[in-house]
Design a protein around this ligand. Sequence first.
Ligand SMILES: [Fe+2]
Length: 320
Amino acid sequence: MGEMYVPVSIESIQADLFPDVALYIRSGEKYILYKSHGRNFTASDQERLMENKVEFLFVSPADLEVITTFMENNAERVLKDNTLQAKTKGKIIYQTSINFVGDIFEHPEKVSDFSRSKRLVENLLQYLASDRDSFNSLESVMAHNYYTFVHSLQVTALSVLLHAEAYLLSHDEMLDVGIGTLLHDFGKVFVAPAILNNEGKLSKAEIEEYRKHPEEGYQYLKKNTRLSEISLGVVRCHHERNNGNGYPQGLKGPAISRSAQVAAICDVYCTLTIDRACRKALSSAIAVSIMKQEMKGSFNERLLDVLEGIVCTENPAQFL
Ligand SMILES: [Fe+2]
């Protein structure tokens, strides 16, 4: 696969804040230097590129950390800024986080699904910004663990695509699905950061603690927000498994709401393919094949096929 350049959507670059990294343009399989380190990326550069329908610039793997840290700090700065209205916060957070949404595709700049999921997530965050309780909940997730927030955004982007492919959903139901999925890991705000950030093995007690997050999230959101049953179902049941081996309730098959089934699939897929510490842990094809074979029985098979169709559009046979 070669080295991974990170696509950065041009509209998300705020010329005066963006860190000083070299930016590249992609041409075929090659990356050509657009702006070297030390040269400013100006608002007129941005305008010109957008006029020419260039949607992405790329950051080289050497600068991955700088760029990730920037996005993290930027989100934090925005959250703490009390002078900003929820709507503006939503917009800025969307702009800086949207770059991560591309991670669910192997070649985001090539797939039209990417722009589609970007738009859906944008609408969703805009909507959320008008609903105080839900937006506050999302803020808590972000403030507690930025990685959880990014992950939730990725799972949501994929989930709305999967729903759109698999079901005919009304606009309202899509919103409910999206909000539930954005908040699916809300219960992690009750889990100690030491457990969430632990990359080694967890003890039995720690696993138990971690596994409380779906139920605790559900209980809290049910009491403190006006989220719909559909949204709440995603929060509570995203770790249930088709064969009954999941938690918290060990529900089976159709007893798990369809949106929670979709969330479970997208959650695992995103965890397998996206590992920001070492960039792309597994390719889409390998991740899907693990979910179909090694994890056989865990997921709804029809939905897995739909997932495959979305994420493995390029050379699906390459791996086999
Ligand atoms: Fe979870």
